[in-house]
Design a protein around this ligand. Structure first.
Ligand code: FAD
Length: 384
């Protein structure tokens, strides 16, 4: 039986590993002890009951295959090296290592217990904090502002962005910017746009520690805590020289329309690390089953005749993601990144991933493709 090694157990990798489990010898390499549902992470910052909706242990993900809890330190076309003493040979390789993002949108910690403890310390510190600085007025900064002001109405939140407005990277409607801005302003959020910070605060993110910084236009900002709400970085530094040839300067991998890493017939990449012109969303990363069956040849002739010409799954929709993401995981917010799309005037401030998730079905491929392009740009280039 062919062995497929999936590197990275996020939305894309975990979904694919589970889908292939019945038919192939699946090995999932992932350093964390639990799947992390990033879509719910910012709500968990302010609400401890949401922790259960963020971390989902891998122990019941696969029935036949298995999860190796470690980092892939070096990956070549047919082998994944875990340590100097341990490597895994592969017939097929799928790279699904996603992007890193500063806490609390994503977690550095590999153990759930440690990540939860950090969230707990953050909540305690927030309760005695009066002023918070958010650096970056993109989707993450705005969502965090919504969560913080909803949970801690006394909190004064300042958002700094080097651009002249919020949500400037991407294809957002001016009406959306205005609606989000005015709703957050009504909660007392202060916007300082048009100039970056002159220097970063002298303390780590999410720590209570009074400081003063200023923008390059000399506007002083006093706060006791800050968060860096920009800086998604593709995680692809483990590639050997054969695979690294397909890496772009921004860290993403060039892939073909069948998601092969360019120049490789048995190595594939999915999700946030690909250079596809799509928005990088959980729902897109998880849309791999159809693609895999087709690409790997497990797609039957009858299937092919019925379904037509293969194409990569970036045009598939959130409804598909809901079937692809394991049921137990799909209840909260898979596919809920939808608020970042071009929205109609009057859209509400995004504060709740679960609420948002109810809005993400029924959209056409064309509008999704537009949204994909805009968010793709927004999430990589949203430096303030
Ligand atoms: C705050 C926030 C909210 C979001 N909300 C939504 C939303 O509501 N809806 C939506 O559709 N999208 C949302 N997104 C985007 C979504 O999270 C990403 O598009 C999605 O995670 C991409 O999936 P992926 O499988 O490519 O990568 P990830 O889900 O990031 O998974 C990558 C995995 O690879 C592992 N990994 C990394 N390096 C290695 C290595 N060397 N060896 C082994 N494993 C490795 C990581 O530990 C991780 O588990 C949100 C993102 C953020 C940051």
């Amino acid at each position: 039986m062919a062995r497929v090694v999936v590197v990275g157990g996020g939305y894309g990798g975990a979904s694919l590993a589970r889908q292939l489990d019945a038919d192939l010898d699946v090995v999932l390499v992932e350093p964390k002890d639990a799947f992390v549902h990033s879509s719910a992470a910012l709500r968990a910052v302010v609400d401890a009951t949401w922790q259960d909706r963020v971390f989902f242990p891998y122990d019941r993900l696969l029935t036949r295959g298995h999860v190796v809890q470690d980092w892939a330190r070096r990956v070549s076309p047919r082998r994944v090296t875990i340590s100097p003493f341990e490597s895994i040979d592969a017939d097929y390789l799928v790279l699904a290592t996603g992007t890193s993002y500063p806490f609390p949108a994503k977690f550095l910690e590999d153990e759930t217990e440690v990540a939860i403890a950090r969230l707990g310390r953050l909540r305690e510190a927030l309760a005695r904090t009066e002023r918070v600085l958010l650096v970056g007025g993109g989707p993450v900064g705005l969502e965090l502002a919504g969560e913080l002001t909803a949970a801690f109405p006394h909190l004064h939140v300042t958002i700094v962005d080097r651009a002249d407005d919020i949500l400037t990277v991407g294809d957002y409607l001016p009406e959306l910017r205005e609606a989000v801005r005015s709703q957050l302003a009504a909660r007392g959020v202060e916007f300082l746009t048009g100039a970056p910070l002159a220097y970063p605060p002298p303390v780590d993110v999410g720590i209570h520690h009074p400081f003063t910084v200023e923008t390059t236009t000399r506007v002083p900002i006093e706060a006791q805590m800050w968060f860096r709400c920009f800086g998604a970085r593709p995680m692809t530094d483990y590639l050997d020289e054969d695979l690294a040839a397909a890496r772009r300067p921004d860290g993403r991998l060039r892939v073909t329309d069948t998601l092969n890493v360019v120049g490789q017939d048995r190595v594939f990449a999915i999700g946030d690390i690909t250079d596809l012109p799509e928005s990088k969303r959980a729902s897109v990363a998880a849309t791999t089953r159809r693609w895999w069956r087709r690409t790997s040849g497990t797609w039957s002739t009858a299937d092919a005749r019925r379904r037509g010409t293969p194409r990569h799954p970036s045009g598939s929709c959130c409804r598909w993601a809901r079937t692809a993401v394991p049921r137990r995981w799909s209840g909260t917010a898979a596919g809920a990144w939808s608020w970042g799309r071009r929205r109609r005037p009057g859209s509400r401030v995004p504060t709740c991933s679960a609420r948002r998730s109810r809005r993400c079905s029924g959209e056409s491929d064309a509008s999704r493709a537009r949204a994909h392009r805009s968010l793709d740009a927004a999430r990589i280039d949203d430096d303030p």
